[in-house]
Design a protein around this ligand. Structure first.
Ligand SMILES: *Cc1c(COP(=O)(O)O)cnc(C)c1O
Length: 483
């Protein structure tokens, strides 16, 4: 038996052993982060084999940390490199190291923060971080919210809160509205919240893919006239496909006229409000009753950090509050910080530290600079790509996504077949995407809009700078011309 292990306390390493374990993990993390710029943008060669290597019964005897980390190394490597500077696909996440350190500390001290009483100052730290986010979104003092695991859960909680606030307990006459470009999590959350498809209305968008307020109001009037209860509109504050921002002020006016709750899905777009450029484009966000934010997108935090803000925290309390006899001796502190009273969870991680510590360590200015850089890089990429005759830009970037379809030269025969031009363009786009990604410097993704194959370049990582965006643009140009 090694002398540093106490047979009676097998799960409690002594101080020297603990430091040795931390050092081993620290070395692993530094190596991972230090080599990110030279790692390929993706590598799934043999990934299945690596994955299969983990199918095994749990060991009865522990193994050395070095051998465990050695097995993790290829597991990390065989992946889309979502942490790297070349990741321009979907909505890039972040992963600032300071947030990982916050988690390390939070999980190691492992206090209970679901209720304010047991750790009032820690609960206050989380509530303070939420207050900061609320004020950054333009909410007045007194607004509140919760940290969630991500935008999907934030949207679900918003729908349940709007439902409880605006509808009777028997809520199936309720109708909710969102644009054709709404994130899939909205319809998914509606279903989880108990709304069948007949309670959902998908409203068409304009040429810039923004919800059309005239059609929204017409649909609300029609449903109201049929004895239904329009109760909620979900507005995009930066759509996932193209970053489209729905006309928030008009939507807020319509909602006010008809008594609807307005929820802004700002999972991707919200943090652009930190810079004047973005704030101007997101005007009206502060008028919404609730806002979904994903700090694991625009605030560059690691995956697993979402947020739901509400103008009136009482609405969250009415939707989630209630007493449990077995918790009767725990004080609820100042109320606002008892997260279980205003959210679906009870026990959970102290995720507030992951938001609070990086803001303390870096200051807001560092975040603002990064966010502005993303807007500038997307604009630069758009300006470069718009003059390429093989591409047809969908729109100027409303935030940091550049989206375009392809326009390959007609091959003559194509014009006689109906729909052939679109099919050719779609095939051209798919092959272009494959070739650009095959270089493994950047990783892009695609979507389908109006039947057309659309390539997207989303600049959102704090690690993505001009050199990498320039690589993406040259790869797109060169491969398109070669095709
Ligand atoms: C990412 C995203 C979501 C879903 O958020 P998750 O954190 O992935 O659950 C919802 N809405 C929009 C607009 C998004 O971009």
């Amino acid at each position: 038996m090694p002398h540093h292990k106490d047979a009676r306390r097998p799960l409690e390493p002594g101080p020297d052993e603990l430091r040795r374990l931390i050092d081993a993990c620290a070395a692993f993390v530094v190596e991972q982060i230090e080599t990110l710029p030279s790692q390929p943008s993706w590598d799934l060669d043999g990934a299945e084999r690596v994955a299969a290597g983990f199918a095994e019964p749990p060991p009865d005897d522990g193994r050395a940390i070095a051998s465990i980390l050695a097995r993790l190394r290829p597991a990390v490597a065989k992946s889309l490199n979502a942490a790297g500077p070349g990741y321009l696909a979907y909505i890039p996440g972040g992963g600032i190291p300071s947030a990982a350190l916050a988690d390390f500390v939070a999980l190691a001290v492992n206090r209970f923060v679901g209720i304010a009483g047991p750790a009032p100052a820690l609960a206050r730290i989380e509530a303070q971080a939420i207050d900061w986010l609320a004020s950054l979104m333009g909410y007045p003092p007194g607004a509140g919210g919760i940290l969630t695991s991500g935008g999907s859960i934030s949207n679900l909680t918003a729908i349940v809160t709007a439902r409880t606030t605006r509808l009777p307990e028997d809520f199936l006459s309720g109708v909710m509205y969102f644009s054709e470009e709404a994130h899939r999590s909205v319809a998914k959350a509606a279903r989880i919240a108990g709304f069948p498809d007949r309670c959902l209305r998908s409203i068409p968008v304009d040429s810039r893919l923004r919800l059309r307020p005239d059609l929204l109001e017409a649909a609300i009037r029609e449903d109201g006239g049929r004895g239904l209860r329009p109760f909620l509109v979900v507005a995009n504050a930066g759509s996932t496909n193209t970053g489209a921002i729905d006309p928030l002020p008009e939507i807020a006016d319509i909602a006010a006229r008809h008594g609807l709750w307005v929820h802004a899905d700002a999972a991707y777009g919200g943090f652009f409000r930190l810079v004047p450029d973005g704030a101007a484009r997101l005007a009206g966000l502060e008028r919404c009753d609730s806002i979904t934010l994903d700090p694991h997108k625009g605030m560059f935090l690691p995956y697993g950090t979402g947020c739901l803000l509400v103008r009136d925290p009482e609405t969250l309390r009415r939707a989630h509050g209630g007493q449990a006899a077995y918790l009767q001796d725990l004080g609820h502190g100042d109320g606002g910080a008892s997260f279980t009273e205003i959210s679906p969870e009870l026990s959970r991680d102290f995720r507030g530290l992951r938001v609070w510590l990086p803001i303390q360590l870096h200051g807001l200015r560092a975040f603002r600079e990064q966010i502005q850089e993303k807007l500038d890089l997307a604009r630069w990429a758009y300006d470069q790509l718009k003059d390429e005759p093989l591409f047809e830009m969908l729109d100027e970037p409303q935030l940091s996504i550049v989206a375009f379809a392809c326009r390959p030269p007609a091959d003559g025969a194509g014009s006689t077949r109906p729909g052939a031009a679109v099919r050719d363009a779609n095939a051209f786009g798919a092959e272009l995407l494959r070739r650009v990604n095959a270089r493994r410097r950047v990783f892009l993704s695609s979507t389908t809009i109006g039947g057309r194959f659309v390539l997207r370049l989303c600049v959102l990582s704090f690690r993505t700078h001009m050199d990498r965006v320039r690589d993406a643009v040259s790869a797109l140009r060169e491969e398109a011309r070669a095709l």
